[in-house]
Design a protein. Structure first.
Length: 254
C-alpha cells in the first residue's frame, strides 16, 4: 500500500496488482478533517480496505463517510465492515448490485444517501460536488473536489504504468458510455483527474487525446458490435490495453 499526499488532507492510497501478470493497480481516495475523521472515495477489494483500515486505526482516525463511484466488486469490498457510516452512491446502485448477489441480501452495500442527479456536500475544508454520470457503469458518479480534482471512477481506466485501458461498458450500453466521455472532455479542463486504476493526471493534452481515442472506439463499437476489439486497433491505429486478454493470460500463469 502506498499513500501519496495530493494536497493537505487529501491522499491517494494505491495498491499493487493482485495477480501475476496483472497490470491494474487499485486506488482509494482518502480525505481527512481536523477531528481525526476520514471520508473514503471507494473501498477497493476487502483486502485493500483491511490494509487501509489498519493504517487509519494506528493513527486513531475513524472512517465516518464513504462515496462510491460505482458498485462493482473492486470498489465496494470494504462496505461490509462499514455498517454505521454515511454511504453516498447512485440511486441506480441496485441495478449493479443485484446480479452479483443473486437471491442474497445486499442491503449492507446500498447507499444511505442516493444521488439522482447532483449533490453538494462538505467534508472538513473540502467542497465536494457529486454528479450522476452513467458510462462505464449505469450507476456511475463523478466526484469533484474543490473544483480542482476530478475522481472519474472507471470511466477512464489506466494500467499501473498509465497506459490507457480499453473502455469497458458493464451494461453493454456503448451509447451511454459515449455520452459520459463527451461530458468528460469538458469536465477535465483545469483539473487533476484521479482514476480508480492508474495514476492522477493533469496534462490536458494527454487527457483530451485519450478521451478522443475512447470516443472513437465507442463510436466504432456502436456500429460494429460483432467485431473483435483487435480489429479496431488495426483499422484506427489506436491501441488500448485489452483487459480481457490479460485475464486469460493470468489464468495460464497462476
Amino acid at each position: 500500500m502506498q499513500v501519496k499526499e495530493l494536497k493537505e488532507n487529501l491522499f491517494l492510497v494505491s495498491f499493487d496488482p493482485i495477480f501475476l501478470g496483472e497490470v491494474l493497480n487499485y486506488n482509494i481516495v482518502l480525505l481527512l478533517n481536523d477531528k481525526n475523521e476520514a471520508m473514503l472515495i471507494d473501498t477497493g477489494f476487502k483486502r485493500h480496505f483491511n490494509q487501509l483500515k489498519k493504517y487509519l486505526d494506528d493513527k486513531n482516525i475513524t472512517i465516518i463517510k464513504v462515496i462510491i463511484t460505482h458498485f462493482h466488486r473492486d470498489h465496494i469490498g470494504g462496505l461490509s465492515k462499514l455498517n454505521d457510516v454515511v454511504k453516498y452512491g447512485s440511486k441506480k446502485a441496485d441495478i449493479t448490485l443485484a446480479p452479483n448477489f443473486e437471491n442474497k441480501s445486499f442491503d449492507i452495500y446500498k447507499p444511505t444517501i442516493c444521488i439522482d442527479d447532483v449533490l453538494d456536500i462538505q467534508f472538513g475544508n473540502f467542497d465536494i460536488h457529486l454528479s450522476h454520470n452513467p458510462g462505464h457503469s449505469i450507476d456511475g458518479l463523478l466526484v469533484e473536489i474543490d473544483n480542482k480534482f476530478l475522481v472519474v471512477g472507471d470511466d477512464m481506466i489506466y494500467t499501473k504504468d498509465q497506459e490507457p485501458m480499453l473502455p469497458y461498458c458493464s451494461n453493454r450500453d456503448f451509447e451511454m458510455h459515449l455520452k459520459s466521455i463527451k461530458r468528460l472532455k469538458n469536465e477535465v479542463i483545469d483539473k487533476t483527474v484521479i482514476p480508480m486504476h492508474g495514476q492522477p493526471e493533469s496534462n490536458i493534452d494527454y487527457l483530451q487525446n485519450d478521451l478522443d481515442n475512447r470516443y472513437k472506439y465507442l463510436q466504432w463499437k456502436v456500429n460494429n458490435k460483432d467485431k473483435q476489439n483487435k480489429e479496431f486497433e488495426i483499422e484506427s491505429g489506436i491501441r488500448f490495453v485489452d483487459y480481457s486478454r490479460i485475464k486469460k493470460q493470468n489464468k495460464k500463469e497462476l
